[in-house]
Design a protein around this ligand. Structure first.
Ligand SMILES: NC(=O)c1ccc[n+]([C@@H]2O[C@H](COP(=O)([O-])OP(=O)(O)OC[C@H]3O[C@@H](n4cnc5c(N)ncnc54)[C@H](OP(=O)(O)O)[C@@H]3O)[C@@H](O)[C@H]2O)c1
Length: 330
């Protein structure tokens, strides 16, 4: 079977290789899964380049989430059936054709759901949900603002904010996204640039704007912080620019705007199991019904992993790039 591996850190397009290896065999209590779909997330790219918060020892396998089909059962597995669709083990190196998993830890995919949407469930939707829930209380009618609003996380934020009655201002770097994001529930779409803070004040009419979600860093954090009102909070959760976060003295001194970070991996480590289950169950139900969706740009098989990675890092994509290691999903 084919598996994506890298033996050195660097530009993913250059260092990632597809190897042909023996197909896995299910041990006692295990199953073998055919991988159906797994997204290429920015964290996958940062892990390969060596810029992420946790780095695996080399050589390493890529891919962190997705969905698959049970194709073989190991000894003692009697409560799982061949053909069942399940979520892949998180962080297991999912860009491969087959993977083993412990039968007792399998979580079934709700029947009749879109496998590409379900493949993106484990990371971005809970990130959006927790950032809206845990930092600044948003009552119906309250405003929030975010940058990189057309990203997967950004689109979940738009849909979740709208569902709870909060109003979102969405900063993008391409004006042509405005109608699409408004159709998902965005109240306003603003193109990042000079004069943005005034444009945002005109939109809110000067109403409190206390939560800013920042996926970019650098000057984009600065611009976001300058839009917030007194006691506002910028939550930085991504490093798309690779630049350290900045805040203006006007924001910090005159408006007491502050900066915090969010990392889902830390939340998973610290939240009690009951809390993790509750969040994932709620989010899973909302993705399953189509209430929460992310755009899909394209899918690639493993033979074209270099093209897939290049596309995932290119500006102006129309959504997520996913790998479908056993062929396209109809
Ligand atoms: N902290 C956490 O726990 C956590 C969890 C999940 C995701 N994240 C982070 O959240 C961010 C978004 O992830 P995602 O999976 O939602 O991303 P995504 O769907 O892959 O989309 C990222 C989008 O951001 C825009 N973008 C890229 N670089 C940019 C830049 N320098 N300035 C402005 N816009 C830029 C691009 O849109 P255009 O080219 O169309 O402008 C791109 O399509 C990433 O930084 C990711 O690492 C963090």
């Amino acid at each position: 079977m084919k598996i994506v591996q890298y033996a050195m850190r660097g530009n993913p397009v250059d260092v990632v290789k597809v190897l042909d290896v023996d197909a896995p065999v299910a041990g006692p209590g295990e199953v073998v899964l055919d991988v159906q779909a797994s997204p290429i997330n920015p964290s996958d790219v940062l892990t390969i380049t060596g810029d992420y918060g946790i780095l695996p020892p080399l050589p390493a396998y890529c891919g962190n989430e997705g969905v698959g089909l049970v194709v073989a059962l190991g000894e003692g597995v009697d409560d799982v059936v061949v053909g069942q669709q399940v979520f892949l083990p998180i962080g297991a190196g999912t860009w491969r054709q087959q993977i083993t998993a412990k039968a007792a830890e399998l979580v079934p995919v709700p029947p009749g759901t879109d496998p590409l949407q379900m493949a993106m469930l484990a990371i971005n939707p809970p990130t959006a949900y927790l950032m809206l829930r845990d930092f600044v209380r948003l009552d119906p009618g309250d405003w929030m603002i975010q940058n990189a609003a057309n990203s997967g996380v950004g689109r979940y934020v738009i849909q979740l904010a709208a569902a709870q009655g909060a109003k979102s201002i969405n900063i993008v770097r391409r004006a042509d996204l405005a109608e699409e994001l408004k159709a998902m529930g965005a109240d306003a779409v603003v193109v990042e640039g000079p004069g943005m803070a005034k444009e945002v004040r005109d939109i809110t009419g000067g109403a409190p704007l206390k939560l800013g979600l920042d996926a970019i860093g650098g000057d984009s954090t600065l611009a976001l912080g300058d839009c917030l009102t007194d006691d506002g909070l910028v939550v930085n959760y991504g490093l798309l620019s690779g630049e350290p976060c900045k805040l203006s003295s006007a924001a910090t001194i005159f408006h007491d705007v502050s900066l915090r970070g969010f990392w889902l991996a830390r939340w998973f480590r610290s939240a009690p199991i009951g809390e993790r289950m509750a969040v994932m169950t709620e989010i899973g139900a909302r993705v399953a019904t189509g209430e929460l969706t992310a755009a899909v740009d394209s899918t690639y098989d493993l033979d074209h992993i270099g093209d897939a990675l290049a596309r995932s890092m290119a500006p102006g994509r129309d959504g997520k790039v996913l790998v479908t290691p056993n062929g396209p999903l109809s």
